[in-house]
Design a protein around this ligand. Structure first.
Ligand code: PMP
Length: 353
């Protein structure tokens, strides 16, 4: 730390992204990216847009926003697109949380929530998940705080039903409830349909997972006009041109290639079922994941040891050292071939069980 670093950030521990080692070629199952390439339509649109990179992009992102609004059955004023969904999560902490309105989220969830809270000087409370990693929804009623819930949750993959989400929103009429649906396209129910009914609900989605665009950085929020207007105030006070031309064009392109996205999601769900069943045959336990990753542990092997041995054998998965998670591994669902390699490697490691 330099002697110039503002004292307001002294307590800040930054988020640690999944490792991207360059020492050899790995099967990368550690950052929940899609194994399938970006839609060709999106690629072509981005290449075309690059020809005009000398010009600023549309700060309103009108065409893409209108397309998303159509897709969600909402209006232009109900949508804000951002530089990955991380950006709108940060905007939500900036816009809807402060000393008098703290944040609340589960103790085990996306690791960026406590970082954004600390960055923005927002007090926060973490509500422990039950022993089986499920959320006790009644603990989120009448919180007098801004609530952040990833649905499906990360890194467990466990999802709440739409009626459970609606009850949380209904039980907090005077506070914002943020539902982070980064992984919703792999089998869970979206809360987008509740937006016309509740002015305190913000639903966040991303193009990074189901739409194979993690490298382009595109996410969006959907909510009442009033919430989106507040988020726009924050956006236009930080980075009005938050979406570059190439990403904007690729986003439009991929939305015009919806069948490609839906098909990839189906393939990932099928590969997820296959992987879970093979790992269970080897003695692994698994949560009931509806995401593009699974969360597993082996009763006879510690999580860190498995992670290290897999890495030495060229397969990257994610291990978290937090006490309740240290036995577990989060494994992204890759292509069928990648998962076959994982299964073969684990069989060798576990001695053919
Ligand atoms: N929410 C959750 C629950 C996530 O796991 C991630 C991915 N790390 C994000 C949001 C952010 O994704 P992105 O910024 O790529 O949209």
């Amino acid at each position: 730390m330099s002697r110039f670093f503002s004292s307001k950030y002294k307590a800040l521990t930054p988020y640690t992204p999944g490792e991207q080692p360059q020492d050899m070629k790995y099967i990368k199952l550690n950052t929940n990216e899609s194994p399938y390439p970006t839609s060709e339509k999106a690629q072509r649109a981005a290449a075309e847009a690059a020809k005009k990179a000398q010009l600023y992009p549309d700060p309103e992102c009108r065409e893409l926003t209108e397309k998303l609004a159509d897709m969600c059955g909402l209006s232009f004023e109900n949508i804000l697109v951002t530089n990955g969904s991380d950006e709108i999560l940060n905007f939500a902490f900036m816009a809807f949380c402060d000393e008098s309105c703290p944040a609340v989220f589960p103790d085990i969830t996306y690791g960026f929530y406590p970082v954004y809270a600390t960055l923005n000087n927002v007090p926060y409370t973490e509500i422990p998940l039950r022993e089986d990693f499920t959320i006790d929804t009644s603990e989120y009623y009448n919180k007098k705080s801004t609530i952040f819930i990833a649905n499906p949750n990360a890194p467990t993959g466990i999802a709440l039903s739409l009626s459970e989400i609606e009850e949380i929103v209904r039980q907090n009429p005077d506070n914002v409830v943020v539902i982070d649906e980064a992984y919703v396209d792999f089998g869970a129910e979206s809360a987008l349909s509740l937006i016309p009914k509740y002015d305190n609900l913000l639903v966040i989605q991303t193009f990074s997972k189901s739409r194979s665009m993690a490298g382009a950085r595109l996410g969006f929020g959907a909510a009442s006009r009033e919430l989106i207007a507040d988020l726009n105030t924050v956006k236009f006070s930080t980075n009005p041109y938050n979406i570059n031309r190439m990403t904007m064009a690729a986003g439009i392109g991929v939305l015009e290639d919806e069948e490609y996205t839906r098909n990839n999601c189906r393939r990932i769900q099928k590969t997820r079922a296959y992987t879970v069943s093979e790992l269970k045959n080897m003695g692994f336990e698994s949560t009931d994941s509806l995401a593009n990753f699974i969360f597993v542990r082996h009763p006879k092997r510690d999580g860190e040891g498995l992670y290290r041995e897999l890495k030495a054998r060229g397969i990257l998965v994610r291990h978290f050292s937090k006490p309740r998670l240290s036995d577990w591994l989060r494994i992204t669902i890759g292509s069928r071939e990648e998962m076959e390699s994982l299964i073969k490697t684990l069989r060798e490691m576990l001695g053919g069980n």
